[in-house]
Design a protein around this ligand. Structure first.
Ligand SMILES: Cc1ncc(COP(=O)(O)O)c(C=O)c1O
Length: 232
């Protein structure tokens, strides 16, 4: 069996029609297959390789790190220089009230942690999310997903989830003192790059800061970096 056949037979696939590109190497914006054919990579590892493949600065940092140590401890127990420096870089670029970084492995895990934090902090359990939202594929993340076709097979999921139409200000009154958190993508990505008005995001903030509902707003997303910073 060649590797393509082994892939088809023994590697889990996410669709009936995998792309089946047999990748030899990747460089910058290009993928090269085993036949030397070059492709422009518009996936970029689903935005993970967003500096381009094998960026020399990244490769150098990885090599230097591997020569010192690899995995030591998953929880916040040891002072590990790369982690500490990264936390400092993030905090230096965030509003002053966002001053603690909890490192996780994936977007789904971040959402799980954020939902748990909101419940523990507020003592409430209702979570508000939005139709068409995408938050990942673990069970908690699926519970707040906005497309029910993706979640049907996994029910029952978490209770006390309420979904609102994205960007519709009139529905924000459904956020109440029973709400632990509102999980929102400041720019909905999977839904097709939908950007709510500034007025809408301000109205959301208003609930917390002016109406004093003390709700956690979990701003989440892969397309919202600049926007997130501006909002605070
Ligand atoms: C907005 C958003 N949240 C969460 C996730 C889930 O991230 P992961 O696949 O790393 O679990 C994604 C993935 O595309 C996403 O777009």
């Amino acid at each position: 069996m060649n590797e393509r056949d082994i892939f088809l037979r023994h590697v889990g696939q996410t669709s009936q029609n995998p792309l089946l590109l047999h990748i030899d190497r990747a460089e910058g914006i290009y993928l090269y297959d085993v036949n030397g054919r070059r492709y422009i990579d518009l996936c970029s590892g689903v935005s993970v390789s967003n500096l381009g493949h094998r960026h020399p600065v990244v490769v150098k940092a990885v090599k230097e790190q591997i020569d010192r140590y690899m995995h030591l401890m998953v929880y916040g127990e040891f002072v590990e220089s790369p982690q500490v420096q990264y936390a400092k870089l993030l905090i230096d670029n965030l509003p002053h009230n966002l001053n603690s970084v909890y490192f996780v492995n994936s977007g789904s895990e971040a959402i799980e942690g954020a939902m748990k934090l909101a419940k523990r902090y507020t003592g409430r359990h209702e979570i508000i999310s939005f139709w068409n939202a995408y938050h990942g594929s673990t069970q908690g993340a699926l519970s707040i997903m906005g497309d029910l076709d993706f979640t049907r097979a996994f029910r029952p999921l978490l209770p006390d989830i309420r979904r609102l139409d994205f960007g519709v200000e009139e529905q924000l009154d459904q956020i109440t003192e029973n709400t632990a958190a509102v999980v929102i993508e400041p720019i909905q990505s999977e839904a097709g790059v939908l950007i709510p008005s500034k007025q809408y995001m301000k109205a959301l903030r208003h609930l917390h800061f002016v109406q004093h509902l003390d709700i956690l707003q979990l701003l989440e997303g892969i397309l919202c970096r600049r926007r997130l910073v501006k909002l605070h």
